[in-house]
Design a protein around this ligand. Structure first.
Ligand SMILES: Nc1ncnc2c1ncn2[C@@H]1O[C@H](COP(=O)(O)OP(=O)(O)OP(=O)(O)O)[C@@H](O)[C@H]1O
Length: 468
């Protein structure tokens, strides 16, 4: 595929170049997002999604079960176990294999036959990040366009510039043997052509720009779109104004257009949005098996203050052998303080917090995954879905709490779930320096119905016992 942009960056397919492009963009954004070092670090959902996508090297390794919520009785569902069974264009199939995809992922097994079937079926699909949704709808868009016609036939809406580019990257790789398919990005920095219609087959863009191009300047004919994709719907509705823009775009589409709607989560608001966008849909949900704390031993240590918490960490390090560790703090200020202390003591430490832009965060994570640093000190900005196999211990320097200072069990599970992955056993240590933290710890214990045992880290024998 060739990509057309006025700035030329749309043709990039190399991840490094892409990352540096992303970083330039994020510098001003992060300046606006500055929250102050002693406030809780609040992750930005779109940034987190982007980082998880770039950092991830393959499909998410979670067990899931597929639920079909509604299906058109005239259009029986079937699933495929191979890409060959989809009767793809041979050069698209080559592209799929060149990306290292040998067999369809769980969500692709069922979504792809639906997306490629004739007559076209509308689809709402929900599954967690990393399960193969993007690859599925990109393959559907690429398969559906007719390159003998030089006008826009497939339109994909993404919530942010960076996510649009990321989807374009997937399309570029997948269609590397179909140079006849052309893509155009409708994102900030791109200018609509003057007095001519777009000749590219696929447009991927953000709602504001697509609205300008398709509705205001009419550089492509919305009525000729045959495939409409709304991606990352949950992030879309979280962005002020996007939902309304999506509706306005959607209103212009022909009623013959195939609608595809994707989301990583399945809240009521997302589903209400979906039902308005997608008439008569088949709904697929890939239900994730509850993350479990089964192979993780959990402990807590009573500490008088920050210094004592630091001493507890030092004692644990002195007593057991640790592969890699992740330490979670509430604020950037604590992260910096702790990192300075640990570095002084000779530990190789990395920090990941909200003051870093997307590229810097990816660089930190890459180094950590490569084992260049043994300790990662972070706040809640560590994206969900980021797994580093060698992590054997997770420390909650500060307990996860919500805005009302109550236990945030969800965040606890995600933090602790960073260890004990891939069937290995893991250790979680909670450092408790106040009655409030103790209450949070007890509430978490009750919530998961799994013991969090007390240890005294001044006692070497107790430390030896925590070795799994
Ligand atoms: N069939 C497959 N076989 C192997 N790898 C795959 C397959 N499909 C997708 N992948 C890879 O798995 C990762 C996740 O896929 P993809 O980005 O499509 O998931 P997603 O569900 O769209 O995630 P997100 O919600 O973050 O966008 C990517 O690295 C992708 O290249």
């Amino acid at each position: 595929m060739s990509t057309a942009t006025s700035g030329g960056w749309g043709t990039l397919s190399n991840e490094k170049e892409f990352s540096s492009m992303v970083s330039k963009l994020n510098i001003e954004e992060n300046a606006e997002k500055e929250t102050g070092d002693d406030k809780p670090d609040i992750p930005d959902a779109a940034d987190s999604s982007l980082i998880a996508k770039i950092f991830r090297k393959g499909l998410t390794n979670d067990k899931c079960s597929l639920e079909v919520q509604r299906k058109d009785p005239n259009n029986p569902l079937y699933s495929v176990k191979t890409f060959e069974a989809l009767k793809l264009h041979p050069d698209l199939l080559r592209g799929v294999y060149a990306m290292g995809f040998n067999v369809p992922s769980k969500i692709q097994e069922t979504t792809l036959p639906i997306l490629l079937a004739n007559p076209p079926t509308n689809l709402i699909a929900q599954s967690q990040s990393g399960t193969g949704k993007t690859a599925a709808f990109v393959l559907a868009m690429l398969s559906r366009v007719d390159t003998s016609k030089n006008f826009v036939q497939a339109l994909c809406l993404s919530p942010t510039y960076e996510l649009a580019i990321q989807t374009g990257e997937v399309a570029a790789k997948m269609s590397q043997y179909r140079k006849d398919i052309q893509l155009r990005f409708a994102v900030r920095g791109e200018e609509a052509p003057k007095d001519t219609k777009l000749t590219e087959h696929i447009v991927i863009g953000t709602p504001g720009k697509v609205l300008d191009w398709g509705v205001k300047f009419k550089v492509f004919d919305m009525k000729k779109i045959t495939v409409f994709v709304l991606d990352e719907a949950d992030l879309m509705i979280a962005t002020q104004g996007h939902q309304d823009q999506c509706h306005r775009i959607h209103k212009q589409l022909s009623n013959k257009c195939q609608m595809m709607f994707f989301s990583a989560t399945y809240g009521q608001e997302v589903m209400e949005f979906a039902e308005l966008i997608v008439p008569n849909p088949t709904i697929l949900r890939l239900k994730r098996e509850q993350e479990s704390l089964e192979n993780i031993k959990q402990y807590y240590v009573r500490c008088a203050n920050h210094e004592a918490k630091y001493a507890a960490i030092t004692n644990i390090y002195g007593g057991i052998s640790i592969g890699q560790a992740i330490i979670f703090c509430h604020t950037r200020k604590t992260c910096s303080w702790l990192s300075a202390k640990m570095s002084q003591d000779g530990h190789s430490v990395a920090i990941l917090s909200g003051d870093l832009n997307v590229e810097q965060r990816i660089a930190v994570l890459d180094r950590f995954r490569a084992g260049l640093e043994k300790v990662l000190i972070t706040t809640n900005v560590l994206s969900r879905g980021i797994d580093v196999e060698q992590v054997t211990i997770v420390v909650n320097f500060d307990m996860p709490k919500d805005g009302e200072n109550k236990a945030d069990c969800d965040t606890y599970l995600h933090r602790i779930g960073r260890t004990g992955r891939f069937g290995k056993s893991g250790i979680a240590v909670n450092l408790i320096d106040s009655e409030e933290s103790m209450t949070i710890c007890k509430d978490i214990e009750r919530h998961f119905n799994k013991p969090i045992l007390k240890i005294d880290t001044d006692n070497p024998e107790e430390i030896e016992n925590i070795q799994s």
